[in-house]
Structure formats: C-alpha cells, structure tokens
Design a protein around this ligand. Structure first.
Ligand SMILES: *Cc1c(COP(=O)(O)O)cnc(C)c1O
Length: 427
C-alpha cells in the first residue's frame, strides 16, 4: 500500500473516507485527548453495554432475583456461543461462552490428550502466550508426565517458517496447540494449512483465537479445526475478565470429555443425580454457575462487531497497520526503532510491535507525559516491544499519526530519560 506523504492532512482525509468511522460513536470516550492503542489487551466500553448493565443489575438481579435464571440466564453460555459462532466460522451448536481462556484451554487440552492415548507429544511454539504454555505444562504434570511439549522455534523472532512447523508435527503428536495471532509480533498462522498438517499426522488441532477474533475473519469449519478457545475482552470489547469462549467441532463433542465434571456439564443438572452423566452436546464442556453480570456484557459488544462486519474491519485494520508501518519507516526506524511485526499483510494480525532498546521508558513517557502533549496508551512486552494495537472499530488514522509523531519527539528529544526503568505491576 502506498501513502503519498507524512502530513497530518493525509490522515484526516483517510478518516473522512472511512466507511466505519461512525462506529467510534458507539464507545464511551471520556478523554478525547487520549490515544488508546491497547484495544488488543482491553477493548473500550460500548455505550450500549453501560446502559444494559445498569438495567441488568437493577431489574434482572434486583427485581427478578432467582427467577432470572429461568428467564434466560441459564442458557446464556450456549446462546451467546451461537451469537459468536459466525465470527469464527462455526455452527451455532459448536460454541460456548464460559470461564477464562486459560480454563477453557485446560479443559480442551486434557480432553484432546485423553482422546489420543498412544501419543505423547504436544506441539506449540515459542511465540505462544505464557499462560497457554503453563497450562500445557500443568496438564502434562497432572497426567503423570507421560507427555512432552515441543516448541516450534523462530529464526527471526517475528515469524515461524512453514518448514519449522512441518518438522515439529509427526506421528507421535497427540495435539497441536497454537495461538493464531502471536501476542508479541502479531505473526499469523495459515490456519488451514497447519490444521491440515496436524490431521495428516493424526493429531488434534487446538487454536487460541484471543488475538484474532473480532478483527480477522476466521473459518474454523472450512479449515476443519477440531478445537478452539479465545478471549472476549480484547477486540470483542466485552469488559475486564469477561467470560471466554470455546469451540468443539460437532462430531467430536460426544467423543471428548473435559476433566472438570461440574453440575452444568451433566445431562440433567437439576435432576441432582449422584453419579455424573455428561451432557451429549456442547454443554458437557460447561462447569458451574456463570458470572451473569459479566456474561451480559458480551452480547451488546458482539452486536457492534457483527454490524460492522469482520471483513470490513479486517480491510480497515490492514490499511491502518500499513499506514502505521509507513510512518514508522519514515520517522522511527532512523531513530533506532525496528519493526517487530511481519511486513507481509497476510502474515500478521491487527497490532504492530515496534522495538527499541529503551522501549519500556518510551512507553512510560507516552502514557505519563503531562499536557499539552497527547497521551498515548500502547503496551509494552519484554524485552523491547512497544505494542500498538489498532482497533478498527474506534482507532482513527489521525490517532495513529499523532501517536507516531509523539514517539518520534520522545526519542528525538530524549524525553524518556526522565522516566524510571522500574516496572509497574501491569505493563
Ligand atoms: C489474552 C490471552 C489469554 C488470556 O487468558 P485468560 O485466562 O483470559 O486471562 C490467553 N491466551 C492468549 C493467547 C491471549 O492472548
């Protein structure tokens, strides 16, 4: 993609031509001078969610009390799963909204390994989110240390080569468990190809969609994926700690059994039988009571994404990340930054990592500089990645321009030197 010049007026023209621009008004934007580039960690609050939650607390909980469970709460995991299904290319009875991503990954990983009893290898990669790797390590421990975890390496710390993937997956592999878009570099796998490799080797394929759902079109069924999990508080804007989702291909549901046999995984939770009999369908992947207040924030947020359309969001995200890279090439690479994400559009998701040896202090300067400087919130991932999350629902081209201009000034004028290298609890 070509951009004519680095002037602010080009960014403003691109905003004026943007057919999704009006979606920004769907969100609570309380500080107009704050440039929020962290929607890939915690999405903004939709206005309709704020209104709905007030009603949920006062009416559904306050007035209807226990009756609300029968007035829609009890089926929320399957009903929200059905709403979410089109975003990941799944059937409506293949998805549940429930628990945290880490918990769902645990449930599905154990279920998958038990379905491949003769095989002892789990394949993941060095880019995976640590929680995912810790869960897999814990699963291996729990199952008696019979399995081992092989991590596909990266030669350039930005991408994973097709040769490395092919070399790792073999006929000892029980499970291939990968995050579709890597949290640091934004490297994106070819889902169809990797799933096919797993299947040719006789392994099951589990995708973590946390960094792609809502911003990259996903086709789990077309790719023949077996299992998936993902998060709803990033590009899906469902709020801090919002319940995650899980996907199990329909024909696998009756074969797989997850290890937490809570009453909502049973075929008849309210029969109060003494022995566990798993539900025949996706509900067997449920556990216990769900956090209804957080659950209720998922639907209004999904509505906005479905209205905008993931295809259109992806198109805008590509234009915006291309624009961001163009400005970084022009302004920041000459100042000691390097690009920490793939240049090829097809190989990346919707955030861009820019690396700099002083990345942490630059991040603090972006967040903490006093007015009249614009405030920019990116996030920082060790050792040197400043992650700039582009959320096409509400990020503007003008914001990208202002944020990169601010990064340029902070480094050119050594402004980051005023900030401490001490780490804050959440970065
Ligand atoms: C954000 C994220 C998670 C989050 O897990 P939680 O259990 O919801 O905290 C897991 N995996 C990946 C790849 C993520 O990006």
């Amino acid at each position: 993609m070509e951009f004519a010049h680095t002037g602010l007026n080009l960014a403003q023209e691109l905003d004026a031509q943007d057919e999704l621009a009006s979606f920004r008004d769907e969100f609570v934007i309380s500080e107009p001078n704050l440039i929020y580039l962290d929607g890939n960690s915690l999405g903004r609050l939709p206005r309709r969610t704020a209104d709905l939650l007030r009603r949920v607390v006062e009416a559904e909980w306050g007035e209807r009390l226990i009756r609300s469970w029968n007035e829609g709460w009890i089926h929320a995991p399957t009903e929200l799963g059905a709403r979410l299904a089109p975003l990941i290319g799944a059937q409506s009875d293949e998805v549940l909204v429930t628990e945290a991503t880490s918990v769902n990954l645990f449930k599905l990983a154990v279920a998958a390994l038990q379905a491949r009893p003769g095989r002892r290898k789990i394949v993941s990669d060095v880019f995976n989110f640590p929680s995912d790797l810790y869960i897999l390590q814990g699963v291996i421990d729990l199952l008696g240390c019979r399995h081992w975890l092989e991590l596909i390496p990266s030669i350039d710390s930005i991408t994973i080569s097709p040769q490395s993937i092919e070399a790792a997956i073999d006929d000892e592999t029980a499970l291939v468990c990968l995050t579709h878009v890597a949290f640091k570099s934004a490297f994106m796998y070819d889902m169809e190809r990797v799933t096919q490799l797993a299947h040719e080797a006789g392994a099951l394929m589990l995708w973590d969609l946390s960094h792609s759902v809502g911003v990259v079109p996903l086709e789990l069924n077309l790719c023949d994926a077996d299992l998936a999990v993902g998060c709803t508080y990033k590009y899906l804007n469902s709020g801090p700690g919002a319940p995650a989702f899980l996907f199990v291909r329909r024909d696998l549901q009756a074969q797989l059994l997850q290890p937490i046999w809570g009453w909502f995984a049973a075929s008849a939770p309210f029969a109060f039988e003494l022995d566990f009999d798993p539900a025949p369908d996706i509900s067997r992947f449920r556990v216990g009571s769900i956090p209804m207040l957080s659950m209720r924030a998922v639907e209004p947020a999904l509505e906005i994404i479905l209205q905008a359309g993931v295809e259109r969001l992806r198109k805008k995200s590509i234009m915006q990340t291309e624009y961001l890279i163009y400005l970084a090439d022009e302004w920041l690479l000459p100042l000691g930054f390097s690009l920490g994400s793939p240049r090829q559009v097809a190989l990346r998701g919707s955030h861009i990592s820019l690396r700099h040896p002083e990345g942490y202090r630059i991040t603090r300067a972006l967040i903490e500089s006093p007015p009249p400087a614009v405030k920019v919130i990116p996030d920082f991932r060790a050792p040197d990645n400043i992650r700039l999350g582009v959320t096409p629902l509400y990020t503007t081209f003008t914001e990208i321009h202002q944020a990169l201009d601010r990064m340029r000034i902070i480094v050119q004028d050594n402004l980051y030197e005023q900030y401490s290298e001490d780490w804050l609890a959440v970065t």
